[in-house]
Write a protein that binds this ligand. Structure first.
Ligand SMILES: Cc1cc2nc3c(=O)[nH]c(=O)nc-3n(C[C@H](O)[C@H](O)[C@H](O)COP(=O)(O)OP(=O)(O)OC[C@H]3O[C@@H](n4cnc5c(N)ncnc54)[C@H](O)[C@@H]3O)c2cc1C
Length: 363
């Protein structure tokens, strides 16, 4: 028995073909879907036009979404370009799953949910906070870029890495279509003798700039880096990053916006012209508090400590208060002219969603 036309379309989709609306801007409703094009799923070349008036909505919708993602994926985008296009860039940071045996894929449902918040990019840490160095950073960054159609930023630390290793990582990222790197030195481990291939993040940034065409971001510290004798000295050192080719900066987390404003003022006076994204971490449970503070050395303003002690014994209330605190911080920063917001969402899509809901009218 011959197949109906809609069965044919479904067959083709399963065999690697996609249907997409022929005219841009048509809504995916069946009244309008009289004409579709069939695209090859990998090359996206048009194979044949089909005239049909009962193509199933969901097929069309999926195809249109795929095409959209494909277009975004193919568009070369260094993240710093985004700062020229909008007043406030919004990004989310995730880390590779840390539990023993956890695969990169276990993070994908959370990433899918985060992608619906339409972030300008998602960054993926490199061995931070106790994970194995670099494990699955590239894989996750590639998934964000190629499967979710969102720009990705792969963190890369150079401490204890040789030039050859860094080149290998860069090649792997390029092959995976990841076009942006956050160039970091990484924390020094007194138990491990340091390699001297890259003494500072600026050396890594310069090396990347010389050897490949990546968008390059760098880290900065509104309260000063622990190794610097003063905030001023730390800010002065940012000039090395800027000269080496870093194109935008992301701050360490902070709980009092005064640090961001003061830092920015100093940085501009020191000739740092790069866009500076404010890094904000919502504190939503007790476990996070000690660990975060130890890792970041961020100072705690009285309104923050008050909130923590007030909701200390009420998990749900602490969660809500932590979100509210972060939302207030971010709203103030956007209204104060921050170039961007980088959300340390701790792989928690609910946290990302709740914060986004509180700030999306300003983005
Ligand atoms: C947004 C962000 C993301 C991060 N992601 C990760 C991650 O994924 N993985 C991870 O392990 N860690 C991560 N970190 C932590 C980071 O690796 C540590 O803070 C580390 O101690 C410093 O890294 P850096 O790139 O800022 O180093 P550097 O820029 O090298 O700075 C380190 C110190 O050296 C000074 N300095 C810098 N350049 C020079 C120079 N040319 N000459 C003399 N002195 C100089 C600085 O003032 C500072 O005191 C992140 C930090 C931030 C803010």
């Amino acid at each position: 028995m011959g197949k109906t036309k809609d069965e044919k379309v479904l067959d083709e989709k399963q065999s690697g073909l996609l249907a997409a609306p022929m005219k841009r801007g048509w809504p995916a409703s069946n009244q309008c879907m009289k004409f579709v094009k069939i695209y090859d799923k990998t090359s996206f070349k048009t194979l044949q036009p089909v005239s049909d008036d009962f193509i199933i909505d969901s097929v069309i919708q999926t195809a249109a979404n795929d095409l959209q993602k494909h277009k975004r994926r193919m568009a070369t985008m260094h993240i710093h370009e985004k700062f020229k296009q909008k007043p406030c860039v919004f990004s989310i940071e995730v880390f590779p799953p840390k539990k023993a045996g956890a695969t990169a894929e276990s993070l994908y449902p959370a990433l899918k949910a985060m992608s619906r918040l339409n972030p300008d990019y998602i960054s993926v840490t490199y061995g931070a906070g106790g994970g194995q160095a670099g494990r699955s950073t590239g894989e996750i960054a590639a998934h964000i870029k190629n499967d979710l159609g969102i720009e990705s930023l792969a963190h890369l630390t150079s401490v204890n890495a040789s030039r050859e290793q860094v080149l290998e990582t860069m090649e792997a990222l390029q092959k995976a279509n990841v076009e942006n790197i956050l160039a970091l030195r990484g924390d020094l481990d007194p138990a491990v003798p340091n390699r001297t291939d890259f003494a500072h993040a600026s050396d890594l940034a310069g090396f990347i700039r010389k050897n490949a065409d990546f968008g390059i971001a760098g880290a900065c510290y509104p309260e000063g880096h622990v190794e610097s004798s003063s905030l001023r000295e730390d800010v002065e050192n940012l000039r090395h990053k800027q000269q080496a080719g870093v194109e935008h900066l992301i701050t360490q987390l902070f709980f009092d916006n005064i640090h961001y404003y003061r830092f920015l003022n100093l940085a501009r006076k020191a000739g740092i012209t790069l866009p500076v994204q404010a890094g904000i971490m919502p504190i939503v449970n007790k476990r996070q508090i000690q660990r975060t503070i130890a890792l970041s050395s961020a100072s705690l303003p009285p309104q923050f400590t008050k909130m923590i002690s007030r909701y200390d014994h009420d998990e749900k209330a602490l969660f809500d208060a932590g979100i509210e605190y972060a939302v207030e911080q971010i709203r103030d920063l956007i209204q104060g002219g921050a170039d961007g917001i980088h959300l340390y969402a701790m792989n928690n899509e609910t946290v990302a969603q709740r914060v986004y809901e509180g700030i999306c009218d300003l983005l």
